[in-house]
Ligand binder design. Structure first.
Ligand SMILES: [Mg+2]
Length: 366
């Protein structure tokens, strides 16, 4: 497949409500969207990098820079997704930028031959159960209202963002209000240290599905030590940037569950490799979210339909974050979203909506 040009488009998406995690508050999302053009058609890739390097070292302006200066110039003449992944490998890091480019190429490739992401990746179901991530709030009553709305909308699993000062009390309150049957988990986004082990063990009383990324990204050994002191399973997110990282974490006992985000690990090919590795080790996985538009959401839902994704993902409906998406919205039905079946990611941006939120666009001719 010959790529003749790539459009780098920046869009500004206002969030329905501020979303607070242990690393900051988001009120809108500045997103880079790639469109790869070939003689056979086009393909889309959404870059999940945030505006500032807080979740990880990547940020949107940096992604644009590394794409233009290094990754796009390295594209092979005959580009398929595997060849693109190999061509980008010599450049260290920048997984979110790499994932956007690889995904756009894979989308173009699959659209050209009429195959869906789900079929290509090995999805074995037509819809996936959906969880939702609930940010840190100013008060527990406010949190309970928010969780109540999501439960009413049908979400099958609630994830609470936590940080020091906002952990045991909100979890206890949600457990007491919504009962023992609610599937509940927490995400610390690396906000604790091993010195907090005794405090974190307090979460064991609440029968959580997992605690996600309690310690720093590179604290694999410390996560293994923490795992020995908790009964709540430890799930890693930020720590896992490749299948090698997942293998190391599993071998060390640092994680018994893995959150897979294609952007964080460099694309859907690596995401699938991590899935396969975890299945081989009997480690459950689930699909994380990065406040994607419908473009990124569509591909994530296909991934979440693979057999090893045995826990509900953060693959929420479009209206969880956006009043107006840039695609037809994903709407929850009985707590589930349908896996797109059309060619490639199976969904297109709606031109008018895309134009309305575009802040800049650049065409790179190849
Ligand atoms: Mg997380």
């Amino acid at each position: 497949m010959k790529i003749t040009g790539i459009e780098l488009r920046r869009i500004a998406m206002p969030l329905r409500a501020p979303f607070r995690t242990s690393f900051g508050v988001a009120t809108s999302r500045d997103i880079l969207v790639l469109r790869v053009v070939t003689p056979e058609g086009e393909g889309w890739g959404e870059c999940v990098a945030m505006s500032e390097p807080r979740y990880s070292s990547e940020y949107v302006d940096g992604a644009v820079e590394v794409l233009k200066r290094f990754l796009i110039p390295a594209l092979p003449d005959n580009a398929d997704a595997h060849a693109v992944k190999r061509a980008m490998k010599p450049f260290k890091g920048h997984n979110m930028a790499k994932a956007a480019l690889e995904t756009a190429v894979l989308d173009a490739q699959l659209r050209a031959r009429g195959e869906s992401f789900g079929a290509y990746l090995g999805a074995d179901r037509e819809s996936v159960p959906c969880g939702v991530s609930v940010g840190i709030m100013d008060s527990i009553p406010e949190l309970l209202d928010s969780v109540g709305e999501f439960v009413d909308e049908g979400y099958v699993r609630i994830k609470l963002k936590i940080e020091p000062g906002w952990d045991l009390a909100p979890v206890r309150a949600v457990r007491e209000r919504f009962g023992d049957d609610l599937l509940l988990q927490v995400d610390a986004n690396a906000a604790y240290t091993l010195a907090d082990a005794r405090h974190l063990a307090g979460l064991d009383a609440f029968d959580l599905l997992l605690i996600e990324q309690p310690l720093a990204d590179d604290d694999l050994v410390q996560h293994a030590a923490l795992a020995r002191r908790l009964t709540t399973p430890i799930c890693l997110d930020e720590s896992i940037e490749s299948a090698e990282d997942a293998a190391a974490a599993i071998t060390l006992g640092a994680a018994s569950i893995v959150n897979i985000k294609p952007g964080r690990v460099g694309g859907y090919l690596e995401a699938k490799a991590i899935h396969d590795l975890c299945v081989a080790h009997g480690v459950p996985v689930w699909c994380g979210g990065m406040l994607e538009t419908g473009l990124g959401r569509a591909a994530n839902i296909a991934l979440a339909a693979l057999p090893g994704f045995t826990l509900p993902g953060d693959t929420s409906a479009s209206r969880r974050y956006y009043d107006t998406d840039i695609t037809e919205p994903f709407v929850l039905a009985d707590g589930r979203l349908d896996v797109p079946t059309g060619p490639g990611i199976g969904i297109d941006p709606l031109p008018e909506l895309l134009r309305d939120v575009t802040t800049s666009s650049e065409w790179i001719k190849l």
